[in-house]
Each structure stands twice: as structure tokens, then as C-alpha cells.
Design a protein around this ligand. Sequence first.
Ligand SMILES: Cc1ncc(COP(=O)(O)O)c(C=O)c1O
Length: 430
Amino acid sequence: MQKINTQAEWIDRARAVLPAAGFGNFDAGIVIARGEGSHVWDEDGNEYIDYLIGSGPMLLGHGHEEVMEAVLEQLPKGMTFFANNAQGIALAEEIVDAVPCCEQVRFVTSGGEADMYAIRLARAYTGKTKILKFEGGYHGMSAEAQMSLAPARAVNFPTAVPDSAGIPQSVADEMLIAPFNDLEAVASLLSEHDDIAAIIAEPLQRIIPAAPGFLQGLRDLCDKHGVLLIFDEIVTGFRLAYGGAQERYGVTPDICTLGKIIGGGFPLAALGASAEIMAHFDKAHVGAEKWLMQLGTLSGNPVAAAAGLKTMEILRRPGQYDRLRALGQSLMDMQSAALSEAGIAHQICGDPTLFDIFFTAHEVKDYRSAKHLDPQDNAIWNASLRDDGIFKSPGKLYPSLALTEADLQQTKQAFSSAAVALANSKPVNA
Ligand SMILES: Cc1ncc(COP(=O)(O)O)c(C=O)c1O
């Protein structure tokens, strides 16, 4: 590797070999050199408070001593085997203990993969094909998941619109799209279509909370119509509560998917359900016709499992979730205070463990209402935060358990400056 010093040089090199100069995930204008605790540093040495936390996995912060120890203990024993290993089996046991809907789990490598198999599993189990998905719901990159994820134009429900090139119309024909938080729309779709295998939902859709009774309503409708309920808990699992959104909200799905936190920062995800549903992964049990073939080179990777197990052990200690919620709530309050003081219309949306702002006075309840009045406001807010050393995604803020009081004070200052920048960007008489 040739010696290189500056971020700009790295960006130039990336432009030559990576489409859109990046990995596809995040602003290609920043190259992260390292992370420690609640902070990350870019290749120019600039330091940031990290509210991106790897898009969710690094709930304990970067380089947590005990997680590192667990990983370093596993590394010399082997990095991957393809075969069963003790770390993966112990992780499966821990997930089954923690997550209400899981009697068994199957490991995969990414959240999107888990969602893809959850959909296939629901089809295998019910013998039906259609999937009901909510507009704006994110379930990875499979053809089904790319339906009406972020449609640029509104079409009539339940028509599915692919958000990616390369997806055949036949996939869209098997999908039904409904507005999030609209139980009536779901009820009428389930009455009209008797070939629906599953409803897939994020229990907290991006940062939009389910209205009271919505998730239980989905559960009841699924039971009434013989449809499986899939909760995508890739983000909410082990974040909203140790047992995920299903524990927090008291609604148990048939199948759930997990990722991010359970791999402790390494590539690992899972899907879980009752033993009866999961039996479709077992050819000897269900027979060749009903068998869902599934394997993956890195599935149950022992290093990832060791990191996940230790992360979960730490999360089980008393007070961790209370502390996470308290940290998130103070950040939410700080945002709100700064914006109110500057006279900026806003909604702080989400859960204290994961949230962000919509710059609008309107209620946000689904994809179509989840809009900033002026998208520029969000861009100005995020740019000002970045200038003040706050690293976050444009539409989400993840608190971590590594945050310190000094981080909170610096963040409060940054929120105030961003609110002033936003106020100053408005015409005087607006
Ligand atoms: C709700 C949800 N589902 C699925 C995924 C896909 O997970 P992965 O990026 O690991 O494929 C994500 C990723 O952010 C997610 O937020």
C-alpha cells in the first residue's frame, strides 16, 4: 500500500476504483481512520463524536475493552470454519433466551439477507406467495425489499414500485404496499387477497413510531387471516430493549430478523421463529418439497459470535437500557430546546435509542408525511453539526453507551449553533 497522508488523497483513490467513489453506504467525502469509545477520527485527524456508530452495531462504542478481549481470545483459535462452533451455538442460545418469538435461529451474514430468508420462510411455511410491505419500510436490498422503499412519486396503494433498476415486474406483482400506521388499509388488503404469506414491518419504521395499537392490530389481523407477521428487528433488536421491539411493545411476531448489535461490529445477522416454522430449514423434518435451502460461507462466524455474545452480556448488566434511554432523551430534549429557541418548526421523531428531526410542524406517521418542509433545512442542520464535530447519518441519530458528559455538552453546543445557522438561512421576514 503506497504511503498516503490526507483524506483528499484517499478520496481521489476511491474515485478511481469505487463506483460513486464509495461503498454505497455513506457520504464518500469522509474517510474514517479509527474509532475509540464514543469518538471517530477521519484521515485528516479531525475528531468527531460518533452518532452513526457503524449504522447501529457499535452500541457500546468503539474498541470496548471486554469485547476486544473476547475477540482476541477467539482469533488465534480460528477465524472461520463453515462448521458448527461453540461461539455460534452459545450466541443462538442467548438470542433464544432474549427474544420472545425465537425458539430457534438461523445465522446469516447481513441483515438484508436475514430479511430475504424471512420472506422466503413465510412463503415456504404458508404455501402462499404475496408479501405485504409498508411504504418506506427498509428491509435490505433483496428485490422484494426494494419495493416502495423510497418512491420518488406517489402511486396508488397497493401498487409496488421498485426503487432499483434490475428488478423484474414479476416481483412487483407479488408485493402489496400499504401506508404505515394505517390498520384499515391493511385490513382491507387482507380481506381482498387470500394469497398473502406475510406482513413484513419495522416495528419502528426508520424513526417513525407505530401508533398505539397498530402493531397489536397487525398481530390480530395476521391471526385472523392465517398470515405470518415478520418484524424486522435488525435495528430495534437489543436496542429498544434487550428483547427488542417485541419486548418493548409487547407484540410477538411469528418471525423476526436480527443484525447489527448481535455481531458486536462484525458481519453477522439472524432470523428466528418458532421451532415449527424454523423446521423448514430442516430437510429431514419437512421433506424435500418444503425444504428451504440455506447456507452461507460466513454463517455463525466464531469471531463475530464472540463479539456479539460479549456485547450482549454487557447489555444484560443492570441499568444499561435505562442509561441508554436517559442519554437519548437528553439529546432529544437538547435538540428540541435549541430549535424552539431559534423558532424553527420541528418534530423530534423516533425513540430515545434512535431518533432524528423532521423540519416540519406536521405530524409524521408514515412515509408520505415523513418530509421536511424544506429538505435544505436538514442539509444545513447536518452540515453545521459536521463542522462542529458531530458525526451522524443525514436522517438518524444513534446514541451509544460510550457517550460521556463532555460529549453531551459539546453536542448541546453544536445543536445550538446548528439551530442558529438554520435560523440565519431563512429570509428575514419568512
Ligand atoms: C430495518 C433494517 N432492516 C434491514 C437492514 C439491512 O441490514 P444490512 O445492512 O446488515 O444488510 C437494515 C440496515 O440498516 C435495517 O435498518
